[in-house]
Design a protein. Structure first.
Length: 372
């Protein structure tokens, strides 16, 4: 099972938010914009502080604490041309036994995670270089100190009313989910991954998206999702089909479908989700789009997996949200997450979560995020 976590949709500048609130809105990556900072200019960034205490299945304990964040700049547009760059860093505070915040060698690191040129002509935009990106199977997965960022190109077009079309090719990545977070390394060897996608929002309160990913000698990934939201409830459907493209049958090969829903009564929200896998499926390059993903465990990589998620959130205290999510996995360890998010103001937020992975261990994580 792979970890999955908190991430903003498209623009990753807001205060830290917990993963499970995504169940309220499905996983409609990119609906507020496929790229971070695509409409902003000037200087932006955040400052983060994180603490984690973990105990594994053998009872071994480890601690980690870090301070870091990002600092970026997006230039004004000149004749449709602009540029941007973002510097990310994470550094040890007191402990580095737990490597969740650090490099592949459990050390502090800094990285130029974004450095791109962008051109716009009418309703078409092209970005080339390094950038943050959120799509179903390639996303920032902003769950610790430094998110995933990607190197490649992204082309988008919105000529069709209420529809945005995407074409992207990614050849390298770095960040929290990469094997070597502190440097850009190849995605899928020399071949990279190419994807096309479409997002449609032409019907009030309904959003639909579809994506196809091609990775030679890896897999072909198809993903379709629809989400309907009203003031009091939401319901979402998802379907994915993945085909192994390796010579040794080591890639994902299976189908997955899912349903999610939420209902809000005053300050209380009830959440439910279900996923069923035939064969095996992958998250891709990031946290994955699946409705039943918990803070750590997902349906990734487990044959014929079924997962059921039930949760509850309470927001009756000003600026504070507390909640519980339990995910029952048919194969492997279940997970129960207890969490609280306090948004002091529009810039500053605190997140506390206790993740009980049952026979796989547990951990406590506290994070503070100040955005500007």
């Amino acid at each position: 099972m792979q970890k999955r976590g908190l991430t903003e949709v498209g623009v990753c500048r807001a205060p830290v938010k917990i993963a499970f609130t995504l169940l309220l809105a499905g996983s409609m990556w990119g609906l507020s914009g496929e790229l971070a900072a695509e409409t902003e200019q000037g200087v932006f960034g955040n400052l983060r502080v994180g603490f984690i205490h973990a105990e594994d299945e053998a009872g071994e304990e480890s601690d980690g604490s870090a301070i870091g964040g990002k600092l970026g700049y997006v230039s004004p547009s000149w004749k449709g041309l602009s540029a941007g760059a973002t510097f990310y860093t994470t550094g040890e505070l007191f402990d580095d036994e737990n490597g969740d915040f650090f490099s592949s060698e459990n050390g502090s690191y800094s990285i130029l995670g974004e450095a791109y040129l962008q051109g716009e002509l009418a309703n078409t935009r092209l970005r080339i270089g390094r950038f943050e990106l959120d799509t179903p199977h390639a996303d920032t997965d902003d769950i610790r100190m430094v998110p995933n960022t990607f190197q490649g190109l992204l082309l988008s077009n919105s000529d069709i009313p209420a529809t945005t079309l995407y074409l992207t090719h990614l050849d390298k990545w770095a960040g929290v989910d990469a094997d070597i977070p502190e440097s850009f390394n190849e995605i899928n060897g020399d071949d990279g991954v190419t994807a096309v996608g479409a997002v449609y929002e032409g019907i009030a309160q309904l959003a639909v998206q579809g994506w196809y990913y091609q990775g030679s000698d890896f897999a072909k990934l198809f993903y379709l999702e629809a989400l309907y939201e009203s003031d009091d409830f939401s319901v979402g459907l998802q379907f994915g089909s993945q085909t192994d493209d390796t010579d040794d049958d080591s890639g994902p090969d299976g189908d997955v479908w899912g349903i999610t829903g939420s209902y809000t009564l005053s300050d209380l929200t009830l959440i439910a989700a279900f996923n069923d896998v035939s064969g095996t499926v992958t998250n891709g390059f990031g946290g994955g789009p699946y409705f039943t993903s918990a803070d750590d465990h997902t349906i990734d990589g487990v044959e014929d997996q079924q997962a059921t998620a039930l949760g509850i959130e309470y927001a009756g205290v000003e600026a504070l949200t507390v909640g519980l999510l339990h995910v029952d996995f048919d194969e492997g360890a279940n997970e129960t997450d207890y969490y609280g998010v306090y948004e002091f103001n529009d810039q500053l937020a605190f997140e506390l979560i206790y993740t009980d992975m049952h026979e796989d261990g547990d951990f406590v994580r506290l994070m503070a995020n100040y955005g500007f």
